[in-house]
Design a protein around this ligand. Structure first.
Ligand code: AMP
Ligand code: MG
Length: 413
């Protein structure tokens, strides 16, 4: 039986990022960039005002203060979006709005609040005054945003393999990138195997259960930037398993993900069928829950067979499938972040690397954890009540209350 880290290493080394596609910017949020983004322009593109006020020559207002205001003659109005038409001369100013081009001759802006042309109760009148009184001095450059001060042309602003966040797409819009190259979403074809399974809309009968794994797995795949394609419930017959796997290949799967039927039961055909037209690298991992977990390929398409029990399927997904899909999706990321938490009860393990459902919280300056009751691998409610998985290393059989362990916090979405 293979250990978790060796299995993960083996599995991840056989995945690489899928191809890219070009998408319009409005569809780009959440996607993974497949190119570095360089700005072709300076930003700001032009030197502009950071305040509503008056563009001035700093030397003209050097001695201005509220008791000895300096008078300036206003030569024009420069709204945002308009080009100035006058060059400022001595003792002249131009009324200017935030974001508008600084006129030639000016080297600073006086905020409107520091002039007599200011009424805190109302918006500034349209129509500029002929003269103003300035109540303060400024240094050259004050209230001016210089061309290129945020971003210079040819600067790399976003790197390939990163996920586009809302602020990233905003920046891309600023740069005028209407289309960009992102990795396409990996297609993950899901199969649920088992004669006991019924679709969620079919009422239960004795001996049957609803197929819940397909729903959990689809949601996890979507979370991890993949595209789930659910093929349905596969009966426990060798021929049926083969037909579904062939169908999965036809759907252009980047990964075939099945649950159940990979253990040692009399009707567990998945391994046999995969091996008949592909190969398995491993099918048992030294972990709990989730020991019967298979990895290989069917007709050259990567295949992961998760255990059937809902908690085992979830844990197997988090440990192996999540990093695999993120790698397929083109993400370049370090291993999942772990926190260190104290456990507030005695914990027993069987020596396998164990993933235990727990509620973890930050209390009095430290993380503390309690298990969410019965840890049976079919008990999905205890996973629903948990917000973390505690990771008990292999070889450990018991941990007294108060011991520190590592944990994965679940994502909030
Ligand atoms: P198996 O690996 O086929 O032995 O299944 C192990 C356990 O998981 C059994 O109790 C199955 O009924 C259960 N199981 C298998 N597939 C699913 C599924 N898709 N949804 C919920 N439970 C399942
Ligand atoms: Mg079964």
């Amino acid at each position: 039986m293979i250990g978790v880290s060796e299995a993960l290493y083996k599995l991840l080394s056989s995945f690489s990022a899928v191809a890219s596609e070009v998408v319009p910017l409005e569809k780009a949020a959440g996607r993974i960039l497949s190119e570095d983004i360089k700005s072709e322009i300076d930003l700001p593109l032009f030197t502009n005002s950071s305040m509503d006020g008056f563009a001035v020559r700093a030397e003209d207002v050097e001695r201005a203060d509220p008791r000895q205001p300096v008078k300036l003659f206003v030569v024009e109005d420069i709204p945002a979006g308009k080009k100035p038409s006058r060059i400022l001369g001595k003792n002249q100013g131009s009324r200017i709005m935030t974001g508008a081009l600084i006129p030639d001759g000016a080297d600073a802006v006086i905020p409107i609040e520091d002039t007599d042309h200011y009424d805190p109760e109302s918006r500034t009148e349209p129509g500029f005054p002929e003269e103003i009184e300035v109540y303060r001095s400024v240094e050259p450059g004050d209230y001016i945003r210089k061309k290129g001060e945020d971003i210079s042309a040819h600067e790399t602003v976003l790197v390939s393999n990163s996920r586009l966040r809302p602020q990233d797409v905003g920046l891309l819009a600023m740069l005028g990138k209407a289309k960009l190259s992102v990795y396409r979403r990996p297609r993950i074809v899901i199969l649920s195997t088992g004669d006991e399974l019924l679709p969620v809309e079919t009422p239960l009968e004795l001996g049957k259960i609803h197929d819940s794994n397909a729903y959990t797995l689809s949601a996890l795949i979507t979370r991890d930037y993949g595209e789930p394609v659910y093929l349905g419930i596969v009966p426990d017959r060798e021929q049926a398993v083969r037909e579904f796997l062939v169908e999965a290949v036809k759907k252009d799967a980047d990964l075939i993900l099945s649950s159940a039927g990979v253990s040692v039961g009399a009707f567990d055909f998945v391994r046999t069928v995969v091996q008949s037209d592909g190969s398995l690298d491993f099918w048992r991992v030294n972990m709990r829950p989730g020991k019967p977990l298979a990895f290989g390929n069917f007709q050259g398409v990567p295949f992961i067979g998760l255990p059937g029990n809902p908690v085992s399927a979830f844990v197997g997904y988090e440990v192996f499938v999540r990093p695999a899909i993120r790698k397929l999706a083109g993400m370049n990321e370090s291993p999942r972040k772990r926190i260190k938490t104290k456990i507030l009860e005695n914990v027993n393990s069987d020596g396998r690397e164990s993933y235990l459902r727990a509620v973890v919280k930050f209390h009095n300056d430290e993380w503390i954890a309690r298990l969410t009751g019965h840890q049976g691998s079919g008990n999905l409610l205890s996973l629903v009540q948990a917000n973390a998985l505690l990771i008990i290393p292999s070889g450990v059989k018991s941990l007294p209350s108060g011991t520190e362990v590592e944990a994965w916090l679940f994502d909030s979405s």
